[in-house]
Design a protein around this ligand. Sequence first.
Ligand code: HEM
Length: 204
Amino acid sequence: MAKSHHFFNRKLHSLLGLFPVGLYLLVHLVTNYQATRGEAAFNQAVAFLESLPFLIVLEFVLIYLPLLFHAILGIYIAFQAKHNVSSFGYFRNHMFLWQRLTGIITLIFISWHVWETRIQYALGAKELNYQMMVDILSNPAMVVFYTIGILSAVFHFSNGIWSFLVHWGITVGPRSQRAATYLTMGIFVVVSFIGLRAMAAFIQ
Ligand code: HEM
């Protein structure tokens, strides 16, 4: 019973990492990318999201609760530190370690990011718009922090897809797993570009 419980939780953890948390990461970065088309385009994209009905319910069901479950179980998994050198070799063992490290870094980044944007807005202290991000990123230390946070989240997401494919028995042999390495590295490069290019659009 306890074992099947554990198995279910691990499957749920894995699934939530991709849907909806990973999907949300993509939507979020593509929305931010609108800033490359100027202040008005970004504010319009944000206003559209703000106009969705039952927004707070959607946010909790599709983002905060799945992320919280994934993060809490993720911290537990990260500190269990079961290494896989014999089954996956040197490179994959490194990626396995980085998956855990970027999970922790991403958690620190997201907590800060949600606090200084969404929670400040909910408290009525700030407006959620282009100018808010310009103000945040006028501090060079924040540019460094956001760069690390974005790269960490995108690495965790991309390498997480590799691990997801193994966990769900989609890539079983060494050939398909090698192909998945190339694919997920490509995803890392493209999504990192979108995230960092979006951030650069707020730096004046
Ligand atoms: C942007 C937010 C996040 C996204 C998009 C995300 C996505 C993913 C994905 C897709 C996986 C692969 C699932 C699998 O191995 O089958 C994964 C695994 C993992 N995530 Fe996250 N995650 C996020 C945040 C976090 C946070 C905050 C933590 C907390 C430390 C965390 C810890 C972990 C751990 C430890 C694994 C490895 C699980 C394993 O090897 O069994 N993740 N994540």
